[in-house]
Design a protein around this ligand. Structure first.
Ligand code: DC
Length: 231
């Protein structure tokens, strides 16, 4: 049995559309580490609930559903992460905006957050883990070696998220994406348990006017500095 407490972890938290996923993937690829997209787990629960005609407000029902969730992640030859539920590939379907909204709604329940903790911590495997989400540095991996919090204006995030969705052939207007970002920010930041906020020891990077490459360079620099501090 591995002592997973010794596994190095880098957390990348921040609001929706800030580019956490892109930066986390680039970093995991560079370091050859594992990756956790914790938002995908909340999205899978929302998707499974919809499939079982379960209300997002039925916390008991959702907890039962989580217990039986046959969820797997796999990486294809191009390094693209696939989400499988009962062996069905639902990677694209969980990206639909209404699933994101439902994921945000069900994520306010403390019991649901607790039920999903173990599943997220299992991702901490050697040689290391890059974990992206909202509470990776504050709750799930409080002892992470490096904690990054990415932020950006809602306008910049809406433009990025809109571009992403269009590329995935999900047809939405920029205006709708912006409205969803504002609504989701409010819920994610104000919920009672594990609200979206930087950990006290997180490094905050405002990415509003930065390119992906520039953000990535800053994160790599922070990791290098963090390594140097250890010697
Ligand atoms: O990052 P995302 O858009 O895929 O996340 C979808 C929702 O899941 C987000 O609005 C809130 C919830 N979530 C969370 O509460 N905690 C996390 N660590 C990740 C996501």
């Amino acid at each position: 049995m591995q002592n997973t407490a010794a596994v190095p972890v880098i957390t990348i938290d921040g609001p929706g559309g800030v580019g956490k996923g892109t930066v986390a993937h680039l970093l995991a690829k560079k370091l050859n580490w594992h990756i956790l997209d914790s938002g995908a787990i909340y999205r899978v629960v929302a998707f499974a609930a919809e499939k079982s005609h379960l209300s997002i407000e039925d916390c008991e029902g959702l907890l039962k559903l989580i217990k039986d969730l046959a969820l797997h992640f796999s990486t294809d030859a191009e390094g693209v992460m696939h989400v499988l539920l009962n062996e069905e590939d639902i990677t694209a379907r969980i990206r639909e905006p209404h699933i994101g909204a439902a994921a945000s709604q069900l994520s306010v329940y403390p019991a649901i957050r607790t039920a999903l903790m173990a599943c997220q911590r299992q991702f901490a495997q050697f040689p290391g883990l890059v974990a992206d989400g909202r509470d990776m540095g504050t709750v799930i991996f409080p002892n992470a070696q490096l904690k990054i919090f990415l932020d950006a204006s809602p306008e910049a995030r809406a433009i990025r998220r809109h571009r992403q969705l269009i590329a995935q052939t999900i047809n939405v207007t920029l205006k709708d994406v912006f409205a969803q970002i504002i609504e989701r920010d409010e819920r994610d930041r104000t919920r009672a348990v594990a609200p979206l906020r930087p950990a006290e020891d997180a490094i905050i990077i405002d990415t509003t006017i930065l390119s992906v490459d520039e953000v990535f360079t800053q994160v790599v620099l922070q990791w290098d500095l963090c390594q140097q501090e250890k010697v």
